[in-house]
Design a protein around this ligand. Structure first.
Ligand code: NIG
Ligand code: FE
Length: 409
C-alpha cells in the first residue's frame, strides 16, 4: 500500500500518467495495474472498455457543509445590491438563517437532503467527501447534524469524513459572550469522541466570529480530546488563521483567500495542507482569489474543494471548481489533479486510503468522457463523468438519451 505523503510545491506539476494502461479490480480493491496488452490475456468476469477515455482516482472532496436545512436563494439579491457576506451574517441572515432552518428540520428530512447532495457528488465523480456540522450552534442540533452524517455514511456508498464545526458562528443569544459559546461547544467534545461522531474539529476564525486567541484555546482543547484540527482561515479578513493552523499542527487551513506573506511562508514549511475554495471567491463576487500560485511556488501542498454550502458556494460540481482553479488560481492541470485527489485525501486524513490508484487500495476509480487529464478543467461547467466505480462496484454510469423513445404530445 502506498503510504506516501501529500505532494508539495513543484512536485504538484509532475503528474504520474500511464498511456494504454489497464486496471484489474478484485474484492473491491485494485488488484493489478499494467498495460492493456498484458491484460488482454487475463480472465475477468466483467471488462469495461475505456479505450480513448481518461481513467483517474475517484475525486476527493475535502471541505463541505453537507447537512443543512432550507436554502438561501433570497440572499442572492442582497449580494447583488452589494451587501457584504459578513454584514448579512451580522443582521441575522447568512449562516444564522440556515441555522434556524436546520433546527426546524427533522433528522429524516436532513438525511434525505444530504443523501440527495451525496448522489449528485457521486455523479460528478466524487468518491470520498468531508462533511461539517455547524448549522446547529446548540448542543442538540449540532449532535443532530453529526448523527445525520453518521447515518449517511452507513446508507450512502460514498465515504464520508466527519468534522465538528460547532464554532461556525456566534448565535444571537451568545453575541455578547463568544467565550461562553465556545465553552458550550467544547462541552460536546467528550460525547462526540465517545460516539465516534467526528474525526476533526474546525472553527471559523474571522472578524465578527472567533478571534485567533479564542480559536487557539478552543482547538487546543479539541486536540486534548484526540481530534485532528482544521481552521476556516483568512477567508475574508487576514487575521492570521493560517499561521495559527501551522502553529496548531492542523491537518489543513482552509480558504486562505487573504493569506499574508508570512502565512504563505509558514504554510510552505509545514505539514498543514492549504485547502483552497475558489468557488467561494467566485460566488461571493470577489475580484481577487487566494494566491494559490504563490502558495504552491513557495512549496506548500494544496488541495481544492467546492466548499459546498447553502450560502457562499452552492455547487456539488468539483469539476467546475477545477476550471475555476485553472482560470483564476492559474494552476496547471497537473496541479489541479493532485489537488482533487492525493492532496485532498491527505487534507482529511485519508491519504493512505483514497486519492490514488495503487495496488491494494480501495478501487475508487472514475472513467471520463475525455481524451486526457487536461481536458476536464478545459471544457468547463459540464459533467464529464462516464462511469464511477466505488469499492470495485459500478456506482454510476452516464445515461444516453434514447432517441427512439421520444413521445409526442
Ligand atoms: O466555508 N465561512 C464560513 N462558512 C462557510 C459558509 C457557510 C454559509 O454561508 O452558510 C464557508 O464559506
Ligand atoms: Fe467552509
Amino acid at each position: 500500500m502506498d503510504k506516501s505523503g501529500p505532494v508539495k510545491g513543484k512536485e504538484m506539476n509532475d503528474l504520474p500518467v500511464m498511456e494504454g494502461a489497464a486496471v484489474a479490480i478484485k474484492d473491491g480493491k485494485i488488484d493489478w495495474i499494467g498495460s492493456t496488452d498484458e491484460a488482454s490475456n487475463a480472465f475477468a468476469e466483467r471488462t469495461i472498455d475505456a479505450k480513448g477515455k481518461l481513467v483517474t482516482p475517484g475525486l476527493v472532496e475535502p471541505h463541505t457543509h453537507l447537512v443543512f436545512g432550507g436554502s438561501r436563494e433570497t440572499e442572492m439579491a442582497l449580494k447583488q445590491q452589494g451587501v457584504p457576506y459578513l454584514e448579512i451574517l451580522k443582521q441575522g441572515g447568512g449562516i444564522l438563517s440556515t441555522v434556524n432552518a436546520t433546527k426546524q428540520a427533522s433528522c429524516e428530512k436532513l438525511l434525505q437532503k444530504a443523501l440527495f447532495h451525496l448522489d449528485r457528488m457521486a455523479m460528478y465523480g466524487i468518491t470520498t467527501v468531508e462533511a461539517k456540522s455547524g448549522y446547529g450552534l446548540d448542543k442538540e442540533t449540532e449532535l443532530k447534524q453529526l448523527n445525520v452524517v453518521k447515518e449517511a455514511n452507513v446508507k450512502h456508498p460514498l465515504d464520508i469524513v466527519s468534522t465538528f464545526l460547532g464554532a461556525h458562528a456566534i448565535p444571537p443569544e451568545y453575541r455578547e459572550d463568544p467565550e461562553a459559546f465556545l465553552e458550550l461547544m467544547s462541552d460536546l467534545f467528550a460525547e462526540i469522541k465517545e460516539n465516534n461522531l467526528a474525526d476533526f474539529v474546525d472553527i471559523f476564525t474571522e472578524t465578527g466570529v472567533f478571534s485567533v486567541e479564542q480559536s487557539r484555546r478552543y482547538l487546543q482543547k479539541a486536540k486534548e480530546y484526540g481530534f485532528g484540527v482544521k481552521i476556516h482561515a483568512d477567508e475574508i479578513d487576514p487575521l492570521g488563521g493560517t499561521e495559527l493552523a501551522v502553529e496548531m499542527g492542523a491537518i489543513s487551513g482552509d480558504h486562505l483567500a487573504v493569506i499574508s506573506v508570512e502565512g504563505i511562508k509558514q504554510l510552505a514549511a509545514s505539514n498543514t495542507i492549504g485547502v483552497i475554495l475558489p468557488g467561494t471567491s467566485f460566488y461571493l463576487g470577489k475580484d481577487s482569489y487566494a494566491p494559490a500560485r504563490e502558495i504552491i511556488d513557495q512549496g506548500a501542498a494544496v488541495a481544492i474543494s467546492t466548499d459546498f454550502n447553502p450560502g457562499s458556494s452552492v455547487t456539488e460540481n468539483l469539476q467546475l471548481i477545477m476550471s475555476i482553479a485553472a482560470l483564476k488560481l492559474k494552476l496547471s492541470p497537473a496541479e489541479i489533479w493532485h489537488a482533487v485527489t492525493v492532496n485532498a485525501a491527505h487534507a482529511i486524513g485519508r491519504g493512505n486510503d483514497a486519492g490514488t490508484i495503487a495496488t491494494g487500495r480501495k478501487a475508487d476509480v472514475v472513467i471520463w468522457d475525455a481524451p486526457n487529464y487536461m481536458y476536464i478543467p478545459y471544457h468547463y461547467g459540464v459533467n464529464h463523468v462516464n462511469t464511477v466505480i466505488k469499492n470495485g462496484g459500478v456506482l454510476h454510469e452516464r445515461q444516453e438519451i434514447q432517441y427512439d423513445s421520444i413521445t409526442s404530445f
